[in-house]
Ligand binder design. Sequence first.
Ligand SMILES: Cc1cc2nc3c(=O)[nH]c(=O)nc-3n(C[C@H](O)[C@H](O)[C@H](O)COP(=O)(O)OP(=O)(O)OC[C@H]3O[C@@H](n4cnc5c(N)ncnc54)[C@H](O)[C@@H]3O)c2cc1C
Length: 394
Amino acid sequence: MSEVIEAVEPTKAGHASKYTRNNPYTSAVTENYRLTAEGSEKETRHVALELEEGMQYTPGDAVGILAENRKSEVDMVLTALGFTGEERVLDHYKVEISLEEAVRTRLAIGKLTRSTINQYAKLVDPSTPIPRLAAMCGADGKAMAEEHCWGREFIDLLHEFPGVVKDPQKLFTVLQRLTPRMYSIASSQLAHPNRVETTVRVIRYDAHGRERQGLASGHMGERSPVGSTLPIFLHANQMFRLPEDTSAPIIMIGPGTGLAPFRAFLEERQAKGETGKNWLFFGDQRKKLDYLYEEQLEGMHKDGTLAHLDLAFSRDQQKKVYVQDRMQEKAADLYKWLEEGAYFYVCGDATRMAKDVETALLDVIAKGSHGTLDHAAEYLETMKKQKRYQRDVY
Ligand SMILES: Cc1cc2nc3c(=O)[nH]c(=O)nc-3n(C[C@H](O)[C@H](O)[C@H](O)COP(=O)(O)OP(=O)(O)OC[C@H]3O[C@@H](n4cnc5c(N)ncnc54)[C@H](O)[C@@H]3O)c2cc1C
């Protein structure tokens, strides 16, 4: 599930950055390598981007990436539409550009939406109706349209119902605007002054007979070699911050790419020599293939930056083990840390992990306090009020 945050991009000093989603910084890729080993079911990459002097971020912030549609996809869409790409259109700001540029950089030709189906159907010539398309529109067709959208992209609509778009400008009413994608910042600027680092899971899958890619993760996974450039902007997230009290303990739950902001937290605390204890729970499928930043994390564990490092590799044994299971195993210690005033952070998958972790946390509190789950819920409410329970889930 991807969500794009609508907001201005204040920097850590609180004043608006010169660079925003509408005026991005053209950043050079300085590192781009695979973190997961060959053979892993996932391709997760470390992508570092250079920053102009003065561009600042705080651990917990995100970086917005404005990616382009793949050339092969753009060409396919133009061919299916019967346009050359040289036609002139007005973009969202009424600036005249070529249709090719519009399809490549302005319009969302990825994941099909109901809104696109509805707008597309409006362009159908009434003298040659398309009953199947009409059936998907309006309230009655909602379920059918939603099912149709699954795994499909705009190109599939064009192939199935061709010849509908006669005026290229109409694409701006049919298709949504291409939006930036957010990535949690995985670095501390104290450790890497003029760059921002990200941990990107590349989305690839097959659907309806074609190989598909996520827009931004595909761009970074395949079309962003070192030395290439990407339009970016920094996005502050005041709701995900290290404790102001540098001696406060922190507990971080970050499986998969959820690890990213915690790498930033740890690098920051290490660079500042903060005394607060750090405890990280990380997990993924297989230790040999999916242990992101293994060397760095093991090093931090060894030198004491990480007081505890608990790992959950789900596929390394018969019974699947997840971060929430590790939390249950360490319930007594976890509760002790909470009682010492620890801050509890969760980052990563919103659909299942974040809920399972919250359930485990409530259980840990109930057990530790010898109380009921209702009491645990109250305890968690208090933690939220004290900003000691922070989540960055997507
Ligand atoms: C605050 C925040 C922080 C984030 N941090 C990170 C991070 O650190 N690292 C990271 O990797 N991501 C992160 N994300 C997610 C990231 O922003 C993107 O949503 C993600 O990379 C996918 O974007 P994309 O453009 O590659 O894919 P899109 O083009 O947006 O495509 C993704 C869509 O493809 C479809 N899809 C995916 N798989 C399948 C399948 N198997 N079958 C059918 N359809 C499928 C789904 O509809 C999915 O929504 C974060 C998101 C937020 C909001």
